[in-house]
Ligand binder design. Structure first.
Ligand SMILES: Cc1ncc(COP(=O)(O)O)c(C=O)c1O
Length: 436
């Protein structure tokens, strides 16, 4: 069996002729027989090149918070592009978008950029400039984008090569990364406050920043243990280190104010992207007045031709205004809770060992374990092959989460109760035959 119908197969062959492996991001390659080619999407659904409909729970890995091609956002972008989108000057929409981000998140100052990768890259440079220090503490399993400074020991690194929990190795995720980049990182175990405290005590004089995904959104949605983020805050205050919350996945998704609001902890810097523009390309980094004002023309650089472009700004204004005024996240939370509880109930009735992780707007399903994994090492015990086979079966039946269990199920406003019930019926039918 293959996820590819005739048209999809044909497009995939054409794609293979143009792009390595037929994709423009390695995560999209699902092998020769199952790489999907999409032709359109609307609301909670996507259609492939053969017009097969999927209920989409990947949501482009998080950006879609309202639904695909949401009318309000599409109209706002359509209007904006009639007036031009690139001026190499601050534009009026940019100011509106920036004010919305400030209001929703409580950051003092932000700068727009175009991808999560750029946001974390710039945030780290600002933190280095602010502190005059060069190293950064990063947590095992966390993903902060594809620049060389952070591409070490991410979710897909086997823990068998990651060294001991007490002294984790800094393992490059790709060929092509200069090996000395590892010298700028202090790798730490997530959710181990005691060990983090020791590592900070040993390294603080070199540490510019601690960068953390407040929820491990690339390790199935592992949640921070009570007190863990508070401990990071305390250590950063004590040692003058910049605490960076990488909210590329959690921003405008866990709450309007992201993880800072959800966990009631203020970081010194934050990074946003995905849900900010409901799928249009827009990202930002921000933080306290003091830290952000390190940026200074001619002295501390942040530039970018497409920063604040009209398309991203119009999308951000439309999306964030809906978040501000229409209780979007509360509704997505409620719908996600129905789906999460529903899947939990189905698997319990089938006697399948499993744990639900994360928050209802981006939750994980860990098969084959009885306790929620606390870090990427414990996540190794999760039966990822079983998950891949189960979710592939779901995909055949038109329900599409990512097949890699490290990627959460993402919810959006368009997943209304009817869509969720339709999904739960498919999950139940699939589970009954698959786990019998
Ligand atoms: C937490 C986190 N940070 C940064 C990134 C990088 O974002 P982008 O893919 O837009 O470069 C991602 C992407 O998934 C992410 O999940």
């Amino acid at each position: 069996m293959s996820l590819q119908g005739q048209q999809t197969k044909a497009f995939f062959q054409r794609a293979r002729d143009v792009f390595p492996y037929g994709v423009n991001s390695n995560f999209r390659y699902w092998g020769e027989d199952d790489t999907v080619i999409i032709s359109r999407a609307h609301g909670p659904y996507m259609w492939d090149a053969d017009d097969k409909r999927y209920t989409d729970y990947r949501l482009a890995f998080g950006p879609i918070i309202l639904g695909h091609a949401h009318e309000t956002v599409v109209n706002a972008v359509t209007e904006a592009i009639k007036n031009g989108t690139q001026f190499a000057f601050t534009n009026t929409l940019e100011v509106e978008a920036g004010e919305l981000v400030k209001r929703l998140t409580g950051v003092d100052k932000i700068r727009f950029t175009n991808s999560g990768t750029e946001a974390t890259m710039h945030a780290l440079r600002v933190a280095r400039a602010y502190t005059g220090r060069e190293k950064v503490m990063k947590f095992e399993g966390a993903y902060h984008g594809v620049h060389d400074y952070v591409l070490f020991t991410t979710a897909n690194t086997p823990s068998s090569v990651a060294g001991s929990r007490r002294s984790p190795l800094t393992v490059p995720v790709s060929s092509g990364i200069p090996k000395h980049m590892a010298d700028y990182l202090v790798m730490a175990p997530f959710n181990d406050a005691e060990r983090v405290e020791e590592l900070v005590a040993q390294n603080w004089h070199d540490l510019a920043a601690i960068i953390v995904e407040p929820v491990l959104g690339n390790v199935g949605g592992v949640m921070p243990l009570p007190g863990f983020l508070e401990k990071l805050r305390e250590l950063c205050d004590t040692y003058g280190i910049v605490l960076i919350f990488d909210e590329v996945k959690t921003g405008f998704r866990l709450a309007n104010g992201g993880a800072q609001e959800y966990f009631n902890i203020k970081a010194d810097m934050v990074t946003y992207a995905k849900a900010m523009g409901n799928g249009f390309q827009v990202a930002a980094f921000g933080g306290t007045e003091k830290v952000m004002m390190t940026i200074e023309p001619g002295k501390m650089i942040h530039t970018g031709t497409y920063n604040g472009n009209g398309v991203g700004m119009a999308a951000a204004v439309a999306t964030l205004s809906m978040l501000e005024n229409d209780g979007v996240i509360d509704k997505v939370f409620e719908q996600g809770t129905t789906l999460m509880n529903g899947i939990d109930g189905i698997l319990t009735r089938q006697g399948v060992p499993h744990v639900m992780t994360g928050s209802p707007t981006m939750f994980g399903l860990a098969l084959g374990v009885e306790q929620a994994p606390r870090d990427f090492r414990e996540f190794d015990k999760v039966d990822d092959h079983l998950y891949e086979h189960f979710t592939t079966e779901l995909a055949f039946r038109g329900v599409l989460p990512e097949l890699d269990c490290r990627e959460p199920w993402f919810l959006c406003l368009a997943h209304d109760q009817e869509v969720i019930h339709e999904t739960l019926n498919i999950v139940e039918d699939t589970a009954k035959t698959f786990f019998k």
